[in-house]
Design a protein around this ligand. Structure first.
Ligand code: SF4
Length: 467
């Protein structure tokens, strides 16, 4: 009988071109290379200098997201893009894709959006694939049972030239989420709680497989939120076994397999889940039933507390002390009721339709607090269209929010959507590092529900007060 294998081991074995040795990493084949305007220019320059072509342009796709404006007038050409570096990156990507024969979802393409949102939407993110992108949150695609991870600029060039990558095989970490999430507790709260428990380097060297009742009960969009933040625990990737929820999501997507190919694909995908009896290098358990909404207070996603909790006191720890100074918060203070200036709802973590629905559900019939800016940025143009069809945009606008075109926007502020120095932002994105949303910006990561409730009250608010 064959040795039981984890899902990661199956996907790895299916893509290993050359196994690793004591001296050299393995070489693995890459099924899908997602690219965008920020991490690809140097790689194209190297290809050009060395006279190389893309090995598999058919397995490569480009979108524009990180630096793109979110104001309609700028996206659709009525007004110039005001940041020179952003305009240069956009024009450079157009030029590179045309020269190297890469399909580009350009600035005005109806399918454009954040790279980790358009892959699933198009149906090119599929179970069992190896997927890479020059962006840390490529782990998002692991929600489909793909082995997906971020790569550096040099590696982007390697994949472009060879469609392969040098990789050391990761260890496996199972996170068993027991029980169901309570009402008002979201997948974002769960992943923040997991990172809080694991720490920001607790997943280093591992590929995480999220398992258990709470995970199986999630929609694909919710699973993507979970896998998206795997990197924030230091993990190489996060994966969730494909099941009927996965297949239902993918069926009929523009680039999902069709007809007999679909049947064959599903047959293969059903073989991917971890075999009974397979051994993980490490297993931890999380009790979903004990969780409440979570929010960060510091400068990494592991600095997180229950929304009705107090900031811990780790005074004397230089990382904690620096975080407290940067955030202008005090050890021991309750995080709830902290006054805020900005709320950002969007990003590849929480910029999907269900996230916007959840935020709109809280905001409906309310007004954003005086002095608070609420920016709502759909994760893709498709999400924007769907939200507008449902009238979600009207709920946001009526509440006093700013409703924008899709992009990464205030997740990292490369396009000019930034938080001012010293201001507090409740953000549905995935990183609260110093300066992430703007120089001196103070970011508190939370769910769309918490973000919306906080926008209404003008301070950190438990969203369950609105249910
Ligand atoms: S939304 Fe943020 S984390 Fe996601 S791809 Fe864009 S910049 Fe990266």
């Amino acid at each position: 009988m064959l040795k039981p294998e984890t899902m990661f081991e199956k996907v790895w074995a299916a893509h290993q071109v050359v196994p690793e040795t004591a001296d050299t990493p393995a070489i693995i084949f890459i099924d899908l290379h997602l690219t965008h305007e920020v991490t690809s220019p140097q790689a194209y320059s190297v290809l050009r200098e060395r006279g190389l072509k893309l090995r598999r342009p058919d397995l490569t796709i480009a979108t524009m997201d990180h630096a793109t404006p979110t104001r309609t007038s700028q996206v659709f050409g009525g007004a110039p893009i005001t940041i020179d570096s952003a305009a240069n990156q956009i024009r450079q990507l157009e030029k590179n894709c045309a020269e190297f024969g890469v399909e580009l979802l350009g600035l005005q393409d109806a399918r454009r959006g954040i790279v980790h949102i358009i892959g699933p939407e198009l149906g090119i993110t599929q179970p069992g694939k190896t997927i890479v992108c020059g962006d840390s949150h490529t782990s998002t695609h692991g929600a489909f049972g793909a082995l997906a991870f971020g790569i550096g600029t040099t590696e982007v060039g390697h994949v472009m030239a060879t469609q392969c990558l040098l990789q050391n095989k990761a260890k496996t970490l199972a996170i068993e989420v027991k029980g169901k999430l309570n009402i008002g507790v979201t997948p974002k709260d769960l992943i923040l709680a997991i990172i809080g428990q694991l720490g920001v380097s607790g997943g280093t060297g591992y590929v995480i497989e999220y398992r258990g009742e709470a995970i199986r009960a999630m929609t694909m969009e919710q699973r993507m939120t979970i896998c998206n933040m795997s990197i924030e625990a230091g993990a190489r990737a996060g994966m969730i076994a494909p099941d009927d929820t996965t297949f239902t999501y993918l069926r009929g997507r523009p680039r999902a397999p069709k007809g007999a190919n679909w049947d064959a694909a599903v047959k293969y995908w059903r073989t991917l889940p971890t075999d009974s009896g397979a051994i993980f290098d490490k297993t931890i358990e999380i009790d979903a039933t004990s969780l409440v909404p979570m929010i960060t207070y510091g400068t990494n996603p592991g600095m997180v507390v229950p929304i009705n909790g107090n900031i811990p006191d780790h005074s004397g720890d230089p990382v904690f002390d620096a975080a407290m100074q940067y955030m202008g918060l005090t050890p021991g203070q309750a995080i709830k009721n902290t006054l805020i200036n900005v709320v950002f709802i969007g990003s590849c973590t929480n910029g999907r339709l269900s996230d916007l629905r959840a935020a709109a559900n809280v905001l409906k019939g309310h007004q954003v607090a005086k002095g608070v800016t609420l920016l709502v940025v759909p994760g893709s143009q498709e999400v924007k269209r769907e939200a507008e069809t449902e009238g979600l945009d009207q709920i946001f606008i009526a509440a006093g929010a700013d409703w924008r075109e899709s992009g990464c926007s205030m997740c990292l502020g490369m396009n000019g959507d930034t938080v001012a120095k010293g201001q507090y932002s409740v953000s549905t994105s995935n990183r609260n590092f110093e300066g992430r949303q703007g120089v001196g910006a103070r970011t508190l990561l939370a769910s769309p529900e918490t973000a919306a409730a906080s926008a209404i009250r003008g301070c950190v608010t438990d969203p369950r007060e609105f249910f």
